[in-house]
Design a protein around this ligand. Structure first.
Ligand code: CAA
Length: 294
């Protein structure tokens, strides 16, 4: 099936990026949020990125307008009815995702494909609450979706060959490098990346180094573009905490459990960059390391 129209559920950290790249690929995109404020915030981010690309001479003014013109923001699931592919990027909470699919499934045309951008939950659990598990797959994008080259294409037990192929084709259309991953918790990248970030927090708690020195160590010593604590703030500490909980349940290994500092920051509402504070304070011009263990 040809993809002409894509639905994106959620216009937050991941949803706004997915919306933008789908519109850049030439597809019409309907993006749905739960309230107007969240919707405006996400659309505002897309407009800012497009304006920046025009400023830098990377995008023609008319093309930027055309991309924005292909995006329809909505609060209403009914606007997704004629989408060919619906990608969910809502909060990483299984019950919330299941409730959402139960509402969306009867509304969207039966031959459309459904995809979840979950970072850690089983694709099969979500597919099972829809009437189309064979047309359901995982499409896991990385933050920022506009920049990161990878797309993990995840096949659950009931995903049809044709659906898995569609996932790879969508990745190719978006200019992404695709990898096929099994429907295990964390797929490939988070299976390796999450314990690394959590271990960096434990190293910090044990006084191995300061927040800044741990980050600088991994950037200058291992050529990572961001240190692990900056990356954790970037991913969102609330999201990381949810992923850790899912993975420790699935694997039963201590290295996936939430370190005390992460637990405390999340309880305090310090979710990292998106809330303005986490391992760093983002209220000024440049991020300033805070000492969250104290
Ligand atoms: N949206 C769109 N474009 C963005 C962006 C954003 N949020 N952030 C940066 N960019 C663009 C910039 O506009 C710039 O574009 P040009 O080259 O065209 O000018 C380019 O990316 C580089 O940006 P900067 O020069 O500002 O900064 P940088 O070189 O430090 O790159 C970065 C920023 C791409 C985020 C880089 O630091 C990086 O790669 N960090 C690691 C990110 C990472 O590991 N992501 C995976 C997180 S894990 C995940 O997502 C999985 C999960 O499920 C939890």
């Amino acid at each position: 099936m040809e993809i002409a129209k894509v639905g994106v559920l959620g216009c937050g950290l991941m949803g706004h990026g997915i919306t933008q790249i789908c519109a850049q690929a030439g597809w019409d995109v309907v993006v749905r949020e739960v309230d107007q404020e969240k919707l405006d915030k996400g659309i505002g981010k897309i407009e800012k990125q497009l304006a920046r690309a025009v400023e830098k001479g990377k995008l023609d003014h008319n093309d930027a307008d055309a991309i924005r013109g292909r995006i329809t923001p909505t609060l209403d699931y009914a606007d997704l009815s004629d989408c060919d592919l619906v990608i969910e990027a809502i909060t990483e909470d299984l019950d919330g995702k299941l409730a959402m699919w139960r509402e969306v499934d009867p509304i969207v045309k039966p031959d459309a494909y459904f995809a979840t951008n979950t970072s850690s939950l089983a694709v099969a659990d979500q597919a099972a609450v829809t009437g189309r598990p064979e047309r359901f797959l995982g499409l896991h994008f990385f933050n920022p979706a506009q920049v990161m080259p990878l797309l993990e294409v995840v096949r659950a037990d009931e995903t049809a060959d044709e659906t898995a192929e569609l996932g790879l084709a969508v990745g190719a259309e978006l200019g992404k490098t695709t990898v096929a991953a099994r429907d295990n918790r964390g797929f490939i990248v988070n299976r390796l990346l999450v314990p690394y970030m959590l271990d960096a927090m434990r190293a910090y708690e044990q006084g191995v180094g300061s927040v800044e020195d741990i980050d600088t160590g991994m950037m200058a010593g291992a050529s990572h573009p961001m240190g692990p604590l900056t990356l954790a703030d970037f991913v969102g500490l609330d999201t990381l905490a949810s992923i850790a909980d899912v993975m420790v349940d699935a694997y039963g290994e201590e290295r996936f459990s939430q370190p005390e500092t992460l637990r405390r920051l999340v309880e305090a509402g310090d979710y990292g960059r998106k809330s303005g504070r986490g391992f760093y304070d983002y209220s000024g011009e440049t991020p300033v390391a805070v000492d969250p263990a104290r």
